[in-house]
Write a protein that binds this ligand. Sequence first.
Ligand code: SAM
Length: 286
Amino acid sequence: MAYLGNYQNTKAVLDKYGFTMQKKFGQNFLVDSNVLENIVTSAGVTKDDCVLEIGPGIGTMTQYLCEHARFVIAVEIDKKLIPVLNETLSEYDNKVIINQDVLKLDLNAIAEEYNDGKPIKVVANLPYYITTPIIMELFESHVPLESITAMVQLEVAERMQTGPGSKEYGALSLAVQYYSNPKIVLKVGAGSFIPRPNVDSAVIRMELYKENPVSVRNEAFMFSLIRASFNQRRKTLVNSLSNAGLQGVTKETVTDALSEMGLSPTIRGEALSLAEFAKLSDLICS
Ligand code: SAM
């Protein structure tokens, strides 16, 4: 089977199966071999690695991954793509194709079954309609992960990488930076996909920390504070947190904690770093 990473070969496979791409599944297939090679290189995939690919589509990137990795787990929601994948990946025996919604899969069990519970690498051209839920699920379910290398909307990649003070900074930035060290490795134009998406894209590599960069007594509580701060980001932290209905969080507890941290009572959440949210969380908890 020829490589699919170009327009002609992709079109030929789509025509052969009479496959029409579905917007509801975020189907924009890569037709740019330079971008494909760049993703696999940036992900640092070697013959020691077990890779999880979320949304293989017709198998374009999966072919590259099978060539470079020890084993590839490809999880695809669209059952119409399974016969296509069975053909385009027929010459590789180092893969499994799972027809499932990745958000409904027990990824810890998958890592256990296919990699003895050792850290896996995620490599994906993600469906843009559920990028954030997928990334959060990967982090919060504590699946053993070494890194995530993902194609996402450029704007989302920028949100993941940015720090306090910028308008893109928010709950996603803090979650990504609590669990990993993110780096945009490539910007990709709409012409590298069919059909062309309406937005620019970027490949971001998130290297998972072995130890989180800040320590916090109650991780879940810190993330409740973070979400509440950015739900009403134009309000002061004191107002947005005390309105959020979180147990034990009142105007007084937040003002006292901010004062102990030497921060202004009129500060907004968007000005706080991850370390400051951790400290605030510990002070309010105590
Ligand atoms: N990897 C292919 C490529 O680069 O050409 C396709 C990428 S396309 C942007 C996203 C893929 O994710 C589609 O094949 C889509 O059907 C699949 N997908 C969408 N939602 C999914 C979900 N919840 N679980 C697993 N796969 C999903």
